[in-house]
Design a protein around this ligand. Sequence first.
Ligand code: NAD
Length: 532
Amino acid sequence: MAILEIPVRSYGTAHQGTFRNEPATDFGKSGIAREMRAALDRVRGQLGREYDLVIGGHRVRTAEKIHSLNPARPSQIVGIHQKAAKEQVEPAMTAALKAFESWSSTSLEERTGLLFRTGEILRERKFELMAWLVYEVSKNWAEADADIGETIDFCEFYAREALRLASHGRAPVQLPGEIDHFFYVPLGVGAVIPPWNFPCAIMAGMTLASIVCGNTVILKPSSDSPTIAAKFVEILEGAGMPEGVVNFCPGSGASFGDAVVAHPKTRYVAFTGSREVGLRINKVAADRAPGQIWIKRTILEMGGKDAMVVDADADLDSVADGVAAAAFGFQGQKCSACSRAIIDERVYDKFLERLKERVERITIGDPAANTNMGAVINEGSMNSILNYIEIGKREGRLITGGARATEAGDGYFIQPTVIADIQPGSKLEQEEIFGPVLVVIKSRNFEHGLEIANDTEFGLTGAVYTGSREKIELAMREFHVGNLYINRKCTGAIVGAHPFGGFNMSGTDSKAGGPDYLLLFTQAKSVGEKII
Ligand code: NAD
């Protein structure tokens, strides 16, 4: 049944109020920190359990397993997961296709109701879910809170967006003698392939957008963060999701992921991750498999090399705070992280002094104790980041950091690292490092700063600090990024306020959490009905 065919007023619950973002948890409030510590203790007692694939509602085990480890304590197993391989593609597709037959024609009320209920359960289990993120990906409390808060926002926002899409405000021009209809129908089975860095919000966001539009999903979470995805799928089931609507299949990207993307019955792929994998998916999806009767749609959100451009008149204390937060929050492992600070030469030295002082106050250690920074995701990533740091020491001037933070423990801890005097066009200035490494570049002036900022293949986020209205307008016109911020940091996009997605090699600019997003998960149908 088409989305439009259900009158909006039939959804007669209290949920129809306007969308409001989930407030941030105030850990400074009495009792809240205690509640978080209690959740960490409870979840610690559940580490190391085994989770099954969920295909068509059935629990499935495989011989090979994925071990999800705590990056801050790599000997601690967070969860043991099955490892879907090529043999699981067909059963998962069959289950998703079967569920599509009924799910695609359920009422809008039923689909949005599932999202609203999921949001409620997430809210009730917020502290527990935050604790899972602390252990599984080394987020500190505030970062974990933002991830779960964003997940709740996606439930509330996409449910309302589905209602809005169905509203009659989109009625087409009516020709005399005809009733002309225009409505959105689901696409089919989608492959949802998220990264590990917003392992709840991005994984859930692409899944929720899929199912609220009537699609069914094969969900392949990242092998670094399958446990939080298993918890989310449990919550969907608890909220009443029918069997087969989301099929939970952790597995290797290169075998299971690739094969799902290539399958002729996959109608679309919703992916967030690196540029390399995004481009590979684009290529595989573009090939027509035998029996395939559609052009697969790809929604691809990829990497960044995000810059903050600082004018000579900026308040340097506020800039140092913004740059430090955007460069080192969650260990610099956000696609939106500031990895380049481009500073007007007139304030360059003064800025470096302020930044060094600010960065050296950052605490590193096990995020269960709510340090500023935890560990980076895994050993491979740590080694790659340390390698970039060594190149940086040769190409520029090390201001602070520059090594593993061994004093923090045996986890994958890296000191927040600032390397100055990096030249535009150099390796460190161009490549996504995805860790706590900030390069600082000197510009002749604001306009030159924008030029440097634009001169990469990416175009995800960016920020400028300036008091000049003229320069703000220049940045709004010329700074070629999907998400631009003025006089504030370039991380921390909020659902609804900052629809998120990048230009150029940063992706297809899908604008998650925005008013156009659900259109990507539907196709529009036009019907001209002659009045007889
Ligand atoms: P990744 O590309 O290594 O993996 C992403 C997902 O793709 C994982 O689930 C992985 O298993 C899967 N995969 C790997 N090979 C595959 C294949 N051949 N076919 C199908 N699936 C395959 O990325 P990551 O390390 O998980 O995440 C970090 C990257 O994600 C960074 O580049 C970051 O900038 C980017 N990111 C972008 C956004 C955004 O909105 N633009 C948001 C978050 C992260």
